[in-house]
Design a protein around this ligand. Sequence first.
Ligand code: FES
Length: 359
Amino acid sequence: MTDPKPSTNDILSKIRAKNAAAAPAEQPAAPVAPVIEAPVASEAVAPVEKPAAAAPKGTSDILAAARAAAKPAGTADILAAIKKPAAVVAPAAPAAGGTPKSPADIMAAIRAKAGAAPAAEAAPAAEKSVVAKAAIAAPAGMSAAEMIKAARSVAGGTPVPPKVVLPAKPLVGKAPVTGAKAPAAQIERRTAVGELVVFLLSPVFIAWASFSTACGAFGLGVARFMMPNVLVEPPTKFKIGPTNDYAPGTVSTKWQAQFNIWVVNGEVDGAQMIYALSTVCTHLGCTPNWLEGEQKFKCPCHGSGFYKNGVNFEGPAPRPLERVGIRLAEDGMLEVDKSVKFQRELGQWSNPSCFVGVT
Ligand code: FES
């Protein structure tokens, strides 16, 4: 078996034999051996080959180079070389006092606590407590400004102003609601009003409202169609008072507007009587006017004229005015009946139903 660790003499003999086998005129080249340098903490670690150096002059140099060539550094050695300087590069502890002064210090302390154990261990005891509290108060996803604010609030630095909570705004036009259930009642009322407005503006409600309105209008039209068309007219029989209200030789226009009659107390064929004349002109139906000064009825439409007794004497009117029925009622009142007409040209004025004799 071959000894894994040759002795010094063996190594020297091998080297010298090798050098002797080389060209005698030239200086033997120094064995190239990988030299591992201590990497910087933040840089990638990789073995760096040292450039060819001058020929070894001493035994110790030759042994070091031979051992390095015979047994290169392993992964464990490289990692050990990396970790050792990393602890040296850890950020320095903050100034005495415990409380971080600048945002950079606070951020470094928080990040060291969260991710870099060596840095947190290097911090003083006072800062450790601050860092631990800040780390608890700074969850993942928090911004740098929020982390600084949380750290200062934990360390007793700049006080964080309390959050101002404004009171609920009372409803306009209504008395403020008091009690523990007031906000909930207001919110519930506003929600109900909002739902009602949304329902009233919904297409479904508008469609049903329009349909109901149309059906109601159609029903009203049908009901009106089923009712008879009645023309309300003044009664045809009415009382016009006692005979004393009508002085002899006068024409009363008291009932012209209401009943379309004139009441005349005049003398006809030597007899004093009261009779009622229709105000309808026998020409084309206009209403003549009683002219007291001229003692005649004058039609404004075509100029027909009628005497006090109703006989036409001028204008286009073809016949005298018509009389209506009149009688003396049981109560002594004159009662007029417009449903009955009496025409002079037909000899009807002699009918006692168309006059009341007075003394
Ligand atoms: Fe009275 Fe023609 S209507 S004169």
